[in-house]
Ligand binder design. Structure first.
Ligand code: CA
Length: 223
């Protein structure tokens, strides 16, 4: 488990790193928001211990940016601050921090909060997100499609298309609607793109193809 410790006060940074290392975590220290940014470009950690008051940025604002970034959306963050006021805690948690710890804190407390948060995250990822339609199961987390126990290998867009059909099963979806949702509003393709992908999707599903119905002059529907 790799933890990034972001704290500009060197002595506190050292103590935090030492405590986490002693608990067998791999730790990397950072002393500013800019350094953290660089570190993140190289590798995304399993957890971040983040000081609110950094010389070059505000921790809470940084969390907001991280949560907007797909790669960092789910990275567990413990916010550390000297400010004990409730409003700061609320601001931090609202911005997307997973936990909040107030300075001064005992080193044992930090370690146990880190462990508790990692346990929580593990449980979160254990609970797989399955979408089911007939014999087709989509594991959203693993991006896997299983038909009658067999893995079906789909391209990125085929997967997105099937996922969209499954979420809307029983509903007639026009080609335009499918285009909008699977390819995005600004995609300048023809609706033939949808038909082509439906065709490859059907052929990959084999026997399971019957689940995708063509609705004449409109589009498609999953039964
Ligand atoms: Ca600070």
């Amino acid at each position: 488990m790799l933890i990034y410790v972001v704290e500009d006060e060197r002595s506190i940074n050292e103590i935090e790193c030492y405590a986490l290392k002693s608990s067998n975590f791999e730790v990397m220290p950072f002393y500013s928001a800019a350094e953290l940014k660089k570190g993140m470009e190289k590798k995304i950690p399993d957890l971040i211990v983040l000081d609110v008051m950094l010389p070059d940025n505000d921790g809470i604002a940084m969390i907001g940016h991280m949560r907007d970034d797909v790669r960092l959306k789910n990275t567990p963050i413990i916010l550390v601050s000297a400010r004990s006021s409730e409003i700061e805690k609320v601001r931090g948690l609202d911005a997307g921090a997973d936990d909040y710890i107030t300075k001064p804190f005992g080193i044992m407390e930090l370690v146990s909060r880190v462990k508790a948060l990692l346990r929580r995250v593990e449980r979160r990822t254990d609970r797989t997100n399955l979408l089911i339609a007939g014999d087709i199961t989509i594991d959203e987390q693993k991006r896997e499609v299983i038909y009658q126990g067999q893995n079906i290998y789909l391209t990125y867009k085929e997967f997105e298309l099937l996922r969209y059909l499954v979420i809307n099963k029983g509903i007639v979806l026009s080609r335009d609607k499918i285009m909008e949702n699977v390819w995005g509003f600004d995609f300048q393709g023809e609706s033939r793109t949808v038909d082509m992908h439906i065709k490859t999707l059907r052929s990959k599903l084999g026997q399971g193809r019957a689940i995708i119905k063509t609705v004449r002059n409109v589009g498609y529907k999953l039964n």
